[in-house]
Design a protein around this ligand. Structure first.
Ligand code: GLA
Length: 348
């Protein structure tokens, strides 16, 4: 019997570039210290028993169950409890040769937009497979999310696997090329949880993916389209959605350059513009997220803030001067986060 395997999958915060990944655009996320710790203890059982400290429940997943590449995949998307869908999908795709127990302990709050699920998925990829490269790991995890019924892009598993300590990664989703952007030391990254949870399955995420696809049928992949091409979109709703993606990719590029050159005030201003675009053109913000961003930006030493991730609830990310925010004065759960290595970098 093979040995106990352990891995830690980090969560992530996206500094700028949301709803660009499934549109061949750009994003600038970083892996963070909040993460999921997974232990896989193999046994000669034909089952994998999964226990998570977040849920008062254990689930048993038979090896080679329906939903594996040999069975009807649709079962995975309706599996109960819902938290076990992604795990069952990862097991179905990884096809471990033996059963055992998987224990999950995570410090990434679920539904906060900090990729609690990608943190678990990349850690599972570490303990269940021998996939070596971040892009390979990310593709596997994305396929599992799709089997589990959520049409996500590849950003979250790619940064959770490929993140680098002290850096954000500028990801170009048209090629999956990444570029490390060193985060200036005279900067802090603060994450504030709005306390308004969302699940991607129940949010308008799939509707946004479909709207972007409709716009792309007219002007091509939105992340590669020009602002001039927007006039070809007759439907005002599709035009707004496309305008967000096109301008967001431009802002992301500019923000990466600004951060790389230490122009932190400019980087912060781009984050605020990004929030407004997500709120008005993409319509994925909420009153609570808007209120948080406004309150944070009004504080001295805060350079910029925006909702982060899919939206419809979840968290806000702020860039600040060191020590500008006393977290004890923020009523919501808040963290000062640093960029850490993803699962692939930890292995090297
Ligand atoms: C979620 C998805 C990602 C990405 C973001 C929005 O986190 O999992 O693929 O689309 O939303 O940028």
């Amino acid at each position: 019997m093979s040995k106990v395997r352990r891995a830690r999958g980090p969560g992530r915060v996206n500094l700028i570039g949301d709803h660009t990944d499934y549109n061949e655009g750009l994003a600038l996320p970083m892996a963070i210290g909040l993460g999921a710790d997974i232990t896989f203890t193999p046994s000669d059982s034909p089952l994998i028993v999964v226990e998570s400290t977040a849920y008062d429940q254990r689930v048993a997943i038979p090896l080679g169950q329906p939903g594996s590449p040999h069975g009807p995949a649709s079962d995975l998307a309706t599996r109960e409890p819902a938290w076990s869908r992604l795990i069952a999908a990862m097991i179905a795709l990884c096809r471990p040769p033996f059963g055992g127990t998987i224990h999950i302990q995570s410090t990434v709050p679920a539904g906060s937009g900090l990729s609690s699920s990608a943190a678990v998925a990349v850690a599972l990829a570490e303990v269940l497979t021998s996939r070596r490269e971040a892009v390979e790991v990310a593709r596997l995890c994305q396929e599992a999310e799709h089997l589990a019924g959520v049409p996500v892009g590849i950003m979250d598993p790619l940064i959770c696997a490929g993140g680098r300590e002290g850096h954000a990664l500028l990801i170009d989703f048209s090629t999956l090329a990444t570029q490390e952007v060193a985060l200036p030391s005279e900067l802090e990254v603060i994450v504030v949880d709005s306390g308004q949870p969302r699940t991607l399955g129940a949010s308008g995420y799939a509707t946004r993916v479909a709207e972007c696809r409709s716009a792309a049928r007219v002007i091509g992949p939105l992340g590669l389209a020009s602002e001039e091409s927007l006039s070809s979109l007759v439907d005002p709703l599709l035009r707004k959605r496309a305008r967000h993606v096109i301008t967001e990719s431009r802002r992301t590029q500019e923000c990466a350059v600004a951060l790389g050159e230490g122009r932190v005030v400019e980087a912060g201003a781009l984050m605020v513009e990004s929030h407004l675009s997500l709120a008005h053109d993409f319509e994925v913000s909420t009153d609570r997220l808007d209120g948080l961003v406004e309150a944070l930006v009004g504080r001295p030493g805060v350079l910029g803030a925006r909702m982060t991730g899919a939206g419809f609830g979840g968290a806000v990310v702020a860039l600040t001067r060191p020590g500008a925010l006393d977290l004890s004065t923020i009523p919501e759960a808040a963290w000062r986060v640093e960029a850490v290595d993803g699962t692939v970098a930890v292995r090297r």
